[in-house]
Design a binder for this molecule. Structure first.
Ligand code: M6P
Ligand code: ZN
Length: 183
């Protein structure tokens, strides 16, 4: 990957020498509370896509990666669309997230399961400390675009999130985004 890359601060869109990935409803198996509601949706429905500039070799310390997550609005049952969420494989690495457009929440969870959440609107800048899992939730009705910068050796650990989830789920209750304990 080269330095031939652009980033539009108004939209978060990147272009040039970038990587892109898309996560659809069928990739989110087991992550929402209401699995029947997830299965009832068209399985190719886009939940989020990620653009990133990974100029260094993944897994090697010393570099930085840059990217934007574009999370669609939507619900699975009463639970808002969200990213898978992850711990860093290399736990001693932190990350920045910053909200570019849309409305949402950032969930942060320690390894013992204590979960806090921060409200996201454009301009919010969130520092994700080492050893904390992080997940984005779109609580609005437009795309939530969130920029990120993370160390090249961070890696992604999705395993424990798949097993236990976060300490809260964010649901639309009486029309209001509400964090409820994850049973
Ligand atoms: C941000 C960064 C990436 C991450 C992406 C999607 O762009 O944190 O490292 O991959 O969000 O989140 P997830 O990996 O949890 O699906
Ligand atoms: Zn991360």
């Amino acid at each position: 990957m080269t330095d031939n890359v652009t980033f539009d601060p108004a939209t978060g869109l990147m272009a040039g020498d970038i990587q892109q990935s898309q996560t659809v409803i069928k990739d989110m198996q087991g992550l929402y509370e209401d699995e029947a509601a997830r299965l009832a949706l068209p399985q190719e429905t886009a939940v989020y896509r990620v653009q990133s500039h990974c100029r260094e070799q993944a897994g090697v310390a010393g570099g930085l990666f840059w990217g934007t997550s574009f999370l669609s609005p939507g619900l699975v049952g009463d639970e808002y669309f969200m990213t898978k969420g992850h711990f860093h494989g290399e736990r001693e690495t932190a990350e920045y997230y910053f909200c570019i457009s849309g409305q949402g929440m950032l969930l942060l969870m320690t390894e013992s399961g204590e979960t806090v959440w921060k409200t996201l609107s454009p301009g919010a800048l969130c520092y994700i400390p080492r050893r904390q899992a992080h997940r984005l939730v779109n609580t609005g009705d437009t795309t939530l675009a969130v920029g990120a910068c993370w160390p090249s050796n961070a890696g992604h650990d999705y395993g424990s999130i798949r097993q236990k989830g976060f300490g809260v789920r964010v649901k639309k209750i009486n029309g209001v985004p509400t964090a409820v304990p994850n049973q």
